[in-house]
Design a protein around this ligand. Structure first.
Ligand code: MCA
Ligand code: AMP
Length: 451
């Protein structure tokens, strides 16, 4: 699975760099084997996924041992951590990167169909669900992306994305270890750190739209990316003006690709073909897509099948079944259109108002509403994503509460859940608008009159 660690592409002292520390493949393999020896036989292992070589060694160690790895967001508050640990049954493990082992783990080599990662992701309601991803799905996706982006061992991959989601971990770490490209993880995804990595010889850059928006607003940093081979954007829609600004400043129009935790990346633009801003390209090899549209319309829910799909939600067969149509296609919940002329896909929006994308993070309104309702002063809460030039959407909470400030409620959510799930704004109402059935009318909250 991790071809680079098999010696295929040679080795160098700075093959893998994370937040300023580097190591060779040999050093990484030594640390990962020590992890594998310790965790072998466990049902699952949880790792606090800081941006560090330790996180990389833990994930590789789990893969070597055939033990699924559950990355924990480092800033997850107690409510979120406890849920993930309880639901996954994973034992927490701390890596000592200086401990090395030469020996491959005892026991049979893991099968491609074995679970490799369990990534927790938000639904519209309730706590996050564990998405089970097999080694085979990861390998299929990375090979398809390597083909689409001409991604090889000659590349130096640069990004600074979190190591507990598909984008930063699967594409950004496992992708480098499969293609043999040198990895420069910048610690944080800022315009300055990307520009610095560019001066160090980066060729391939990953970012969520917020990262690209910030780079486009920093012409000096953007200019440093002129020598790049390929800029790739994903996890949320890239605003068309940002794409044009980047082209003007760097000479490169970012390639967009579309995916989900449950499906991995399924649709992408291709290196060597001019990307059309506002579109996400065509399906990767092996992926089939269709639009479930009403008669007379050409937009509707995007549904797909293929070898990169997840093995189900952990402990949640009902949710897994509900994610598929009767004829076995995965329901993405995204509304899309496919250009009949060239098959290029355009993501129009999400079917549910209750799934928010902020800074590329997927956030369920229900989880935040429940956290707010746990505050003794909050009687009612409704959370929505409001358009935001920097974050794509920003989380706004409408609450009915007395004797508490907006700052206190923001802090309450930030400490119980992850910091990025905190409302950026809290608005107080006398009551929530509700329909005859008593259900909050969130669309009314989004209308300008609600301001
Ligand atoms: C602010 N901070 C707080 C609080 N307010 N801390 C505690 N309590 C508070 N109330 C601190 C934070 O801890 C942090 O501190 C700092 O403020 C900035 O936090 P924040 O404002 O949340 O970050 P940001 O600067 O707005 O982040 C923008 C970002 C980030 C860097 C673009 O959103 C990001 O990394 N997004 C990537 C998401 C991603 O990878 N998604 C992929 C999933 P300090 O500075 O000390 O840390 S999608 C996926 O995987 C699929 C398959 C796909 O298609 O890719
Ligand atoms: P996550 O599971 O966190 O990866 O979130 C998946 C969701 O991110 C998808 O269902 C889409 O709504 C959104 N998404 C990912 N990539 C793109 C993209 N290139 N354009 C628009 N939306 C995207």
């Amino acid at each position: 699975m991790l071809t680079a660690l098999e010696g295929t592409f040679g080795d160098r002292a700075d093959a893998v760099g994370v937040a300023g520390r580097t190591c060779s493949y040999e050093e990484l393999l030594g640390a990962a084997r020590a992890v594998a020896a310790e965790v072998a036989g466990s049902p699952a292992v949880a790792v606090t996924a800081t941006a560090s070589l330790e996180t990389v060694a833990a994930v590789v160690g789990g893969l070597l041992a055939g033990v699924p790895v559950v990355p924990l967001p480092p800033d997850a508050g107690p409510a979120e951590r406890e849920h993930i640990l309880r639901d996954s049954g994973a034992h927490e493990f701390t890596v000592d990167f200086t401990r090395r082992s030469d020996r491959s783990p005892a026991g049979p080599a893991p099968a491609p169909s074995d679970p490799a990662l369990i990534l927790y992701t938000s639904g519209t309601t309730g706590p996050p669900k564990g998405v089970v991803l097999t080694a085979a799905a990861l390998a299929a996706d990375l090979d398809a992306l390597a083909g689409a982006w001409d991604w090889t061992a000659a590349d130096t991959l640069v990004h600074g994305l979190p190591l507990f989601h598909v984008h930063g971990l699967v594409l950004g770490v496992l992708g480098a270890l499969r293609t043999g490209s040198r990895l420069v993880h910048t610690g944080r995804p800022t315009p300055q750190t990307y520009a610095e990595a560019a001066r160090g010889g980066g060729t391939l850059y990953f970012g969520v739209p917020t990262v690209w928006t910030r780079i486009a607003r920093d012409p000096a940093a953007a200019a440093a990316l002129t020598g790049a081979r390929l800029l790739v954007s994903g996890s949320a829609p890239l605003p068309t003006p940002v794409s044009h600004d980047l082209e003007r400043l760097t000479g490169h129009r970012p390639v967009e690709r579309y995916g989900m935790t449950e499906t991995l990346i399924t649709v992408s633009g291709r290196a060597g073909t001019a990307p059309r801003p506002g579109t996400v390209g065509t399906p990767l090899p092996g992926i089939r897509t269709r639009i479930a549209a009403e008669p007379g319309s050409d937009i509707g829910e995007l549904q797909l099948t293929g070898p990169t799909l997840f093995a189900g939600y952990l402990n949640n067969p009902d949710a897994t079944a509900a994610a598929y149509t009767a004829d076995g296609w995965f329901r993405t919940g995204d509304i899309a259109a496919i250009d009949p002329a060239d098959g290029v896909h355009r993501i129009v929006g999400r079917a549910s108002i209750d799934l928010i994308k902020s800074g590329g993070y997927r956030i369920g309104a229900g989880e935040i509403e429940n956290a707010l309702l746990d505050h003794p002063r909050v009687q009612e809460a409704a959370v929505v994503g409001v358009p935001d030039a920097d974050l794509g959407q920003r989380i706004v909470a409408f609450v009915v509460a007395e004797g508490v400030t907006g700052e206190e409620l923001t802090e309450f959510v930030a400490t119980r859940l992850s910091v990025h799930k905190r409302p950026r704004e809290v608005r107080f109402l006398d009551s929530l608008p509700r329909n005859a059935m008593g259900k909050p009318q969130k669309k009314l909250l989004l209308s300008p009159e609600a301001d």
